[in-house]
Design a protein around this ligand. Structure first.
Ligand SMILES: [Zn+2]
Length: 133
């Protein structure tokens, strides 16, 4: 087993990835470290610069982020009533209690609270996939 820490009397082999620049001084900061050090305004300016000077890279980045957001949104479980199968939620205008509701919040299907005749039995399920946009 190779020692992790240099020990007296033992040679320490250089990393195969070592370059002359590595031995000349501190290692250059990685791209991610440099990004993490930027303030919000610099990050925004950098994205605008990227959109202008490298639109293909910008499009690829935006596509990846948008797809990731859609996948995450589709993976979050949603509450439902285990007793009747209806959707349930907490609607602050009606208090902090769970309420049965129907509809998906669109103009064609507005959210409507209803009394199911029993208290919601909260359970969680994979979200239903809707194709309506
Ligand atoms: Zn119910």
């Amino acid at each position: 087993m190779d020692p992790i820490f240099p020990q007296r009397g033992h040679a320490v082999c250089a990393s195969p990835a070592a370059t002359p620049a590595d031995s000349a001084g501190p290692a250059p900061r990685s791209r991610l470290d440099r990004l993490a050090g930027l303030g919000p305004e610099d990050k925004t300016a950098g994205l605008v610069w990227l959109a202008v000077h490298s639109p293909a890279v910008c499009d690829a980045m935006l596509g990846a982020l948008e797809q990731e957001d859609e996948e995450l949104a589709c993976q979050e479980p949603e509450p439902y009533c285990a007793a009747c199968g209806a959707d349930v939620g907490i609607f602050l205008r009606s208090g902090l209690d769970w309420r049965h509701f129907r509809g998906n919040g669109t103009t064609g299907s507005p959210i409507e609270l209803f009394n199911a005749g029993h208290a919601p039995a909260i359970a969680w399920r994979a979200p239903s996939v809707t194709t309506a946009r």
